[in-house]
Ligand binder design. Structure first.
Ligand SMILES: Nc1nc2c(c(=O)[nH]1)N[C@H]1C(S)=C(S)[C@@H](COP(=O)(O)OP(=O)(O)OC[C@H]3O[C@@H](n4cnc5c(=O)[nH]c(N)nc54)[C@H](O)[C@@H]3O)O[C@H]1N2
Ligand SMILES: Nc1nc2c(c(=O)[nH]1)N[C@H]1C(S)=C(S)[C@@H](COP(=O)(O)OP(=O)(O)OC[C@H]3O[C@@H](n4cnc5c(=O)[nH]c(N)nc54)[C@H](O)[C@@H]3O)O[C@H]1N2
Ligand code: SF4
Ligand SMILES: [Mo]
Length: 728
């Protein structure tokens, strides 16, 4: 029997509408849903691999319990009931011995909303959820909250100038952002690209600024100085809606174009021309880019300086500009506080959050300040879920506590939609930490290197096997479940509820299924999730300049060019540039041994971080990990395309295969992240060869290289050397 069912793709963010072509219970093809109001029938290369993913022979289909040694590759199948009973009993015992804070959570990129996880952890009493948000989005998110009380989503299509600053949407967001960029460009928008690589977008740009990695704040300060000096800022907005302008002027005073050129390696005339182009166009936008968040020591300051540029040029909350608020009442549909139950974790447990003493802005103290300042805004005004974007423990401190037991023992962890051995920096340390746990529980699609170290593994349902209620700035959308879960795969809600009701949280998990939780959200609209699924969702009506009614969600109610929250937490209240520690300028001695500037993790399709390595069609396209070097480097080192090379940093070394291209700066090396080899042996010491080509063996996590405000570690702007393998 064959049929076509409407569903969605959740393999990355946009939740593209899909049609599943099903024959005898098997998805044989997926196509874009042309009636979907947002994605209009477009899906990407990765989305088309959904059938291969759903029916992959290596998918986890049943709960597993470790037999024998950790990482020994031996497993015993359990029922869900048995596995949940055992995990709950162990958690209960560990909580009794060490306190609730002994349980950590590692999260990955926000593919699942995780409100169920938050709810579980708040009720359990552990403040130690941690993960990659220290580097992804959070440096921007939390900082923008402190600056103007929310996180920006750019209007895009109507913009007349777009600055792509450390973003490469053709590879990272081919359905959401890239088509908008192309359309805006066709409509006459000017494009400035700030990028060390000649990306496709750089080739499309009016101005391409080929920056030295890690020096972006210096360029931003240069733009701020020039914009102020030449009177190109929005005077009325600055006078009425900002505080700290004179201090800002002083903070940027040193960054004359000549000095900026010297620091960044961008010719002086381009620095000036770009600043003028940006400041004189309206609306002009600077969308978020991970190239800024991943640069460690400067990550937070990049976010601050970018926010300030958006504000002083008068681009906040104008049509086609930088939008802060949700459209109409759309934000009221999901009450995140009710779902996440952040009030349930008592102050005495919040105080134990690991890393909050070193990085108070990132942990509960900073989050509480941002929340308090936001309280004066109307319900549903802002996008959420806010909690996941800060109020987190610091991953390095959690990993350290696992190994050392200090300041207290962390003996248990749950990873769900997270592969810490591939995504966290300093892989060897993460390995030691995960191995040392008394209880490690992973919920996964596949047996990843991290999952291979677990005591219990739970099989996760694919996105097409579960429903989702999806909210963006302008619309709320039902994501309909396409098929019943195969085998014994389940969704995260079932997992957390299953644990929760075994740990005395019954009263707080009233909904038997996740769909019932969405029914609860939709009840005020007189809808059930099923009824909502018959429509394509609700668009909110956008109003602009909402700050004129409500002010900004900051302590002063204005845009804080000088941040009072940063000041209260003893952090620099104005943007400052710091030379990256591991750079030819920051460590000239080290640079003699490690002469190249290293960036890692530039996105490539269809791979998503450490995923798709087991999917044949994806692997055919990318059989091996690839490092890109400049032709002059290849010549100097006698390397040819396809040679295997060893790339080393003071933290570690890995092997990848050479690609030669003049698209990168001569002083640079650009390598792929996320590499492991599902086809090779699981059992230790192999662990799917996770120690062979994994970029995070090279990335350090020491406090000196992390941003002092948030503790963002560097995946870019590092130093490395490169040699032919076996010294051939
Ligand atoms: N060197 C280097 N490291 C980086 C980066 C870089 O650029 N360079 N980028 C960083 C960034 S921005 C991020 S966001 C992180 C990403 O870090 P992660 O999110 O940890 O990376 P993934 O490899 O996507 O791992 C997610 C795992 O969850 C599983 N999974 C996916 N969806 C679901 C789901 O819905 N449910 C369940 N249970 N499992 C699921 C996948 O099979 C996969 O194994 O990596 C960071 N690490
Ligand atoms: N195919 C694919 N798509 C993805 C992902 C994936 O793994 N694969 N991951 C998703 C996730 S979680 C994220 S966070 C996004 C990130 O998506 P993007 O924001 O596009 O981020 P990246 O590709 O990591 O880096 C963007 C650019 O930053 C540049 N860059 C590196 N260092 C610097 C620097 O110091 N300064 C400047 N100005 N630029 C620099 C790189 O050359 C790169 O072209 O992608 C998402 N989409
Ligand atoms: S962009 Fe591609 S992978 Fe992401 S949700 Fe859409 S179809 Fe899926
Ligand atoms: Mo990310």
């Amino acid at each position: 029997m064959s049929e076509i069912r409407r569903s969605y793709c959740g393999l990355c963010y946009p939740r593209c509408g899909t049609l599943l072509h099903i024959e005898d219970g098997r998805i044989v093809k997926v196509s874009g849903d042309p009636d979907h109001p947002v994605t209009r029938g477009v899906i990407c290369e990765r989305g088309r691999l959904m059938p291969d993913h759903v029916h992959h022979p290596q998918r986890l289909n049943y709960p597993l319990k470790r037999k024998g040694e950790k990482g020994g590759g031996q497993w015993q199948r359990l029922t869900w009931e048995q596995a949940l009973d055992e995990v709950a009993e162990k958690l209960s015992g560990l909580k009794g011995r060490y306190g609730a804070e002994t349980l950590a959570f590692t999260h990955g990129t926000k593919r699942t909303y995780h409100w169920d996880c938050r709810r579980f952890f708040n009720l359990f009493g552990s403040p130690n959820a941690c993960g990659v948000n220290n580097v992804c989005m959070c440096p921007s998110y939390a900082t923008e909250y402190a600056t103007y009380g929310g996180m920006i989503m750019p209007g895009f299509i109507e913009a007349s100038c777009i600055v792509l600053w450390g973003a490469n949407p053709v590879n990272s967001d081919p359905v959401g952002l890239y088509p908008k960029l192309v359309r805006a460009k066709k409509q006459g928008a000017q494009l400035i690209v700030v990028e060390p690589r000649r990306t496709k977008e750089a080739e499309m740009a009016d101005l391409w600024l080929q920056i030295r990695p890690g020096t972006d704040v210096a360029l931003m300060l240069g733009w701020i100085r020039l914009i102020i000096e030449e009177g190109l800022y929005d005077k009325a907005f600055v006078d009425n809606w900002t505080i700290g302008f004179e201090d800002l002027k002083a903070a940027a005073a040193d960054y004359a174009p000549e000095k900026v050129a010297q620091i960044t390696g961008i010719p002086e005339d381009l620095v000036v021309k770009a600043a003028r182009m940006y400041a004189t166009a309206k609306p002009a936008i600077i969308p978020w880019g991970y190239g800024l968040d991943k640069q460690g020591i400067n990550a937070t300051q990049c976010a601050r300086a970018r926010a300030i540029l958006r504000a002083i040029t008068g681009n906040l909350e104008i049509p086609g500009g930088e939008i802060l608020s949700m459209a109409g009442d759309i934000g009221k549909i999901i009450d995140w506080e009710a779902l996440e139950m952040n009030a349930a974790i008592p102050p005495s447990q919040r105080e134990k959050q690991l890393g909050a003493d070193m990085y108070p802005f990132f942990g509960f103290p900073g989050w509480e300040k941002n929340q308090a300042a936001n309280k004066k805004l109307p319900e549903g005004y802002l996008a959420a879920p806010e909690a996941w974007h800060s109020n987190l423990a610091h991953a390095r401190e959690v990993v350290n506590a696992m190994i050392t037991g200090k300041p207290y023992p962390v003996k248990a962890a749950i990873s769900l939609a997270s592969n810490p051995l591939l995504s966290f920096p300093n892989t060897r340390k993460v390995f030691e930490a995960l191995k040392s746990l008394e209880l490690y529980v992973v919920m996964e699609y596949y047996l990843t290197p991290s999952a291979a170290l677990a005591d219990y593994v739970f099989p996760a349902s694919s996105t097409v096997e579960q429903p989702e209620l999806w909210l963006t700035r302008d619309f709320c959308m039902p994501c309909p479940q396409g098929i019943d879960p195969l085998y014994e795969r389940r969704n995260s809600y079932d997992f957390y509820r299953g644990l929760g009701i075994r740990l005395g949280q019954e009263a707080h998990w009233p909904w038997e299924t996740v769909e019932q939780a969405y029914d609860y959200c939709l009840a005020p609209l007189g809808l059930t999730f099923k009824a909502f699924s018959d429509q394509y969702g609700i668009f909110g009506e956008r109003e602009f300049r909402r700050y004129e009614k409500y002010g900004f969600g900051t302590p002063s109610g204005k845009v804080e060019l000088k941040s009072s929250i940063f000041e209260e937490l003893n952090l620099p209240p104005l943007p400052v540039y710091r030379e990256p520690v591991l750079s030819p300028v920051g460590s000239p001695d080290l640079a003699r041994a490690y002469p190249f500037v290293l960036i890692t993790g530039s996105r490539f399709m269809p791979m998503y971080h450490s995923e798709q390595r087991q999917i044949e069609k994806a692997r055919k396209k990318h059989p091996d990990p690839v490092v890109t070097i400049h032709p002059s480097t290849a010549e100097k080192l006698g390397l040819a395309a396809g040679d295997w090379v060893v790339i080393s940093t003071p933290t570690g070394k890995i092997r990848q295969k050479v690609r030669i291209s003049d698209s990168i700066r001569e002083d640079m090396v650009d390598l792929q992240h996320g590499w492991w080899f599902p086809e090779s042996e699981e059992k230790l010491p192999g662990l799917f060869r996770v120690f062979e080509s994994n970029a995070n063996l090279l990335c350090p996590d020491d406090p000196e290289v992390c941003s002092p405000e948030i503790g963002s570690w560097p995946h870019s702007a590092l130093l490395c050397k490169i040699e032919k393998e076996n010294g051939q």
